[in-house]
Design a protein around this ligand. Structure first.
Ligand SMILES: Cc1cc2nc3c(=O)[nH]c(=O)nc-3n(C[C@H](O)[C@H](O)[C@H](O)COP(=O)(O)O)c2cc1C
Length: 357
């Protein structure tokens, strides 16, 4: 039986524990370049004891940014900017990951604190693209990508993965969740295509599988590859858990090492039963039925709760987002609470609770 603070080895990467930083957009970049904000924000989470620090959804092409202020990894200047951040994270003993994404029809929006409005071209926005010309909520209809344009998307992800390797990242996560481009192809709610990328399950899952194959081909063998999925759209006739399990099996066969199980984002009117650990059931189900490692995410905030998810074999790791914004040293404190002796940063030793040897 493993616990939250047992190491986890995937391919050539040993994570010091299973309390991981979930990707979180900071809306604080310019020209896709991470800066000192990202260094401090991600760096302090590495100092705080996380096993993996996953950088925010990072666009593989400029039109794949969610807002004009997101990070990117489509050019060499961005590789250089990331590499210093990655180096610092790794110096603290954490693994460094980056989530590669394309916003699709949810692109060209303002930061969440501005209400996720559409940003017009005159204000630095651009025309969003998607599988079909169906807008999300109040956002405008995207331009539907042609078959050839869709077939080019995996290449963009692969080029980004090559750059992520050059920047020194240990882990790449393909963002196929939360209603962004790849999820838009998966979900029958946003994908009404009649070519080989739309219609049947095999066609809707094609883009995700092609992206996974293209990335796996260039991403070093010794480095883990993750995929974040929305396990369900939480609406009738949407993408569901059964399809997620099938997709996870196909991803495992293509060398994907872990499925990070989130949910939602495809339907603005979905009624989601949010509560403590509300998505753990998806990590559990995919782990059992697709026989692949999984991570759980979503309102995991307590040490005992996180430890129990791992100890019960419901997931191999947990991703934590908002609780780490509140308490960046959560992993250090959680280890104390669970009575597990772990190394504290030398600079923090005088603050270590006395009960911990
Ligand atoms: C500020 C913020 C930014 C986020 N950005 C991303 C992102 O870039 N990629 C992603 O997959 N999820 C993103 N999420 C979702 C989180 O990774 C996580 O799945 C969600 O917040 C639920 O976990 P929590 O209850 O621990 O916060 C974001 C969440 C927050 C709060």
């Amino acid at each position: 039986m493993s616990g939250l603070f047992d190491p986890l080895k995937i391919r050539g990467c040993t994570f010091r524990n299973r309390a991981w930083v979930s990707p979180m957009c900071q809306y604080s970049a310019e020209d896709g370049l991470p800066n000192s904000w990202h260094l401090v924000q991600l760096g302090k989470l590495a100092v705080g004891g996380a096993g993996l620090v996953m950088a925010e959804a990072t666009a593989v092409v400029p039109t794949g940014l969610i807002s004009p202020y997101d990070t990117g990894i489509w050019n060499d200047a961005q590789v250089d900017a990331w590499s210093g951040i990655v180096e610092f994270i790794k110096e603290q003993g954490a693994a460094a990951g980056v989530q590669l994404g394309h916003a699709g029809r949810k692109a060209s929006t303002s930061p969440t604190w501005d209400g996720t409005r559409f940003v017009e071209e005159a204000d630095g926005g651009w025309e969003p693209v998607g599988p079909s010309a169906i807008g999300f909520g109040p956002l405008p209809s995207p331009r539907a990508l042609s078959t050839e344009e869709t077939a080019a998307v995996p290449g963009h992800f692969a080029e980004a993965a090559v750059r992520a390797d050059r920047a020194g990242f240990d882990v790449v996560e393909i963002h196929a969740a939360h209603g962004y481009l790849i999820h838009q192809y998966l979900s029958p709610l946003s994908n009404l295509r009649e070519d080989r990328y739309g219609g049947s399950f095999d066609n809707r899952v094609r883009l995700l599988l092609e992206v996974a194959e293209a990335v796996r081909q260039v991403w070093p063998d010794e480095k883990p590859l993750f995929v974040r999925v929305s396990a369900t759209d939480w609406v009738e006739r949407g993408w569901d858990v059964e399809e997620t399990v099938l997709a996870a099996q196909l991803l495992r066969e293509r060398g994907v090492d872990l499925i990070d199980c989130s949910s939602g984002g495809a339907a603005p009117d979905a009624r989601i039963p949010v509560g403590p650990g509300y998505q753990v059931e998806f990590a559990d189900r995919v782990r059992r039925d697709a026989r692949v490692a999984t991570a759980a995410v979503g309102m995991i905030t307590e040490a005992e709760q996180a430890n129990e998810v791992i100890a019960a074999g419901r997931a191999d790791a947990v991703f934590i987002a908002r609780e780490l914004l509140r308490q960046p040293n959560w992993p250090l404190l959680a280890a104390s609470e669970l009575g597990v002796p772990i190394d504290w940063p030398l600079q923090f030793r005088t603050a270590r609770p006395r009960s911990v040897k």
